[in-house]
Write a protein of this length. Structure first.
Length: 574
């Protein structure tokens, strides 16, 4: 069954994807021809939403499991983080019991959307990428609307046609077919499909831009500061990007000697200050819970990497159009244009700064700033394309509807639905064509339906990913999440529960850590075989050896081929 409950076991995925690609240009050009007769910008925006829906549906239709669930730790992780909240646990804690959450807003949002029902989360979750795509397109279209109080409005600046092109370029032309084989893979898939929790930051960013551009006095500064704080709860990295853009906005006003520079500086510093004041407990929480200021050799840019070219000339025509669109927006001189451009410039500044951060092994989250650059450069490219076609319209009788349709018609061969080949370009797709195996589905269904929602599971840390993602229960350790500060103590509890001859000590430690259940697999027994042998045991550690010590109560066992099994125990004698 696919995400709509349709049996797609017999679907030839390769043929299906190929047909979808071949059909798209005819649908797109047909829509553009109709748009010339309708002559309404909203009709183009509706076309963008439908194009997003088309490529989303084409990608997901043959899938028999949630996209990336069986192949991506990121996907399993962000599902696990929301499932435990939907089960009634704190949104500021991760799926690992007691660990502070890096992105708390998403879990709460999804939990509320599902009515705090983990079963309903599994039904709704495939649709969140589409909701985020639509949200980003609409946020750009609405967020780039000119301020009606602008004292110097122009007829062409931020017209609805221009904003429709910005939304179309950002969603459909921000990715390129060659990227699937590069260091930073297709932004559309890596953001919207894989991490809708991060994509929500892109939905909010244009709205924060618009709100900042419209600030009038201290009431507005406080409101935008709180809005920026909300962006921080959604994804703190996007908040940092945005704050950098506001610093550039203020600095540019001083550098240019603008008449309104005092107001611009006050607005930027006030918004950042309010945001920091409100979000400071969260920032302290991150410093305590996540050692992100610790260097790591993996957080270095390889010496052979064309780092500066990755985010610029590699984008081809979109980069050139984006630069031109930024120049056009800046020359308008209005606050919205300057806010938009400085946000884009902040992305490139941070990207260049990674060269220095790499020297101290702190060039982390490079993919996130890469996607920020890609989406907003593409939006700027929409502004640049509109400006160029408007210049042509001065010599040719092209009304706005025809101009926009011409630009998008020329863009069809480069747009995502035309070249997107999921089987080739997305390593998470092949695994998602298979249904969730019984080994994962049946035990986690038992966990979700038959254990207390506040239960905490110790055991196989690899399987623990699915205890949270599908079973909606917290775990002691999970391989796909950042280690907790007391991970050694948690591992020691696991060892004692499995291989210690003294059950009393194991039970005391389990009570101290709040662990209520143990999940056992052959992998877990093999992991602790040496500890078992160190106690003079010559025979291999078996499940029966755990049960014989009387400190565990067996609740459920799934048995598979080749001696595979998943056993669930209640910690403590029955």
């Amino acid at each position: 069954m696919n995400f709509l409950g349709v049996d797609v076991a017999g679907v030839d995925a390769e043929a299906f994807f190929r047909t979808a690609r071949n059909l798209y240009p005819f649908l797109a050009l047909g829509w553009l021809l109709v748009s010339i007769r309708v002559r309404r910008p909203w009709f183009l925006v509706l076309g963008v939403l439908l194009a997003c829906g088309y490529v989303f549906l084409a990608t997901h239709w043959p899938l028999q499991s949630l996209y990336g669930l069986l192949t991506s730790n990121d996907r399993v992780g962000n599902l696990a983080l929301v499932q435990v909240v939907a089960a009634g646990n704190s949104p500021i804690r991760t799926a690992q019991a007691g660990q502070l959450h890096f992105e708390p807003f998403w879990g709460l949002l999804v939990a509320v959307s599902s009515g705090f029902d983990p079963d309903r989360v599994l039904v709704l979750y495939p649709f969140f990428p589409l909701v985020m795509m639509w949200g980003f397109a609409l946020a750009l279209y609405a967020g780039l609307r000119p301020d009606p109080r602008d004292p110097n409005p122009t007829d062409l600046a931020w017209s609805p046609w221009e904003r429709a092109l910005a939304a179309a370029f950002a969603l459909l032309l921000s990715s390129a077919p060659f990227e699937y084989a590069g260091t930073y893979r297709v932004p559309w898939a890596m953001t919207f499909l894989l991490k809708p929790n991060h994509a929500l930051g892109f939905v909010l960013a244009p709205l924060v831009m618009a709100a900042f551009a419209r600030i009038r006095g201290w009431q507005g500064r406080l409101a935008v500061g709180f809005l920026l704080h909300l962006l921080g709860w959604v994804f703190v990295i996007h908040m940092a990007f945005f704050a950098t853009g506001l610093v550039l906005f203020a600095a540019s006003a001083i550098f240019e000697g603008r008449v309104e520079r005092k107001r611009d500086v006050t607005d930027a510093l006030s918004v950042i200050g309010v945001n920091v004041a409100v979000v400071s407990p969260y920032l302290v929480m991150l410093l305590v819970g996540y050692p992100f200021l610790h260097g790591n050799p993996r957080a270095m840019i390889p010496p052979f990497s064309p780092h500066l070219l990755e985010a610029s000339l590699k984008h081809g025509a979109i980069f050139g159009l984006g630069v031109w669109g930024a120049i056009v927006a800046w020359r308008r001189g209005d606050r919205l244009g300057r806010v938009f451009v400085t946000q884009l410039a902040a992305g490139y500044l941070i990207w260049a700064g990674f060269l220095l951060m790499s020297l101290i092994q702190l060039a982390k989250e490079r993919d996130e700033i890469y996607y920020w650059i890609r989406f907003f450069t593409a939006a700027a490219a929409g502004l640049g394309a509109w400006d160029l076609v408007s210049r042509v319209a001065r010599t040719l009788p092209l009304e706005p509807a025809r101009r926009a349709a011409l630009v998008l018609a020329l863009a069809v061969p480069w747009s995502l639905p035309y070249w997107w080949d999921p089987l080739t370009m997305d390593s998470y797709i092949p695994g998602s064509l298979q249904p969730v195996p019984e080994r994962l589905r049946a035990p986690t269904a038992f966990i979700r339906e038959s254990t207390d929602r506040r239960a905490i599971f110790a055991g196989d840390s690899e399987y623990a990913r699915f205890v949270s993602a599908l079973g909606a229960r917290r775990v002691s350790r999970a391989d796909n999440l950042i280690q907790t500060s007391d991970h050694l103590a948690r591992f020691e509890l696991e060892r004692r529960l499995v291989a210690d001859a003294d059950p009393a000590a194991a039970l005391a430690l389990a009570k101290q850590q709040g662990v209520t259940h143990l999940l056992v697999t052959p992998r877990l027994l093999a992991l602790h075989q040496d500890a078992w042998a160190a106690q003079g045991q010559r025979a291999p550690l078996r499940r029966a050896d755990l049960e014989a010590r009387g400190h565990l109560s067996r609740l459920y066992v799934w048995s598979g081929a080749g001696g595979d099994f998943v056993a669930i125990y209640k910690v403590g004698a029955s």
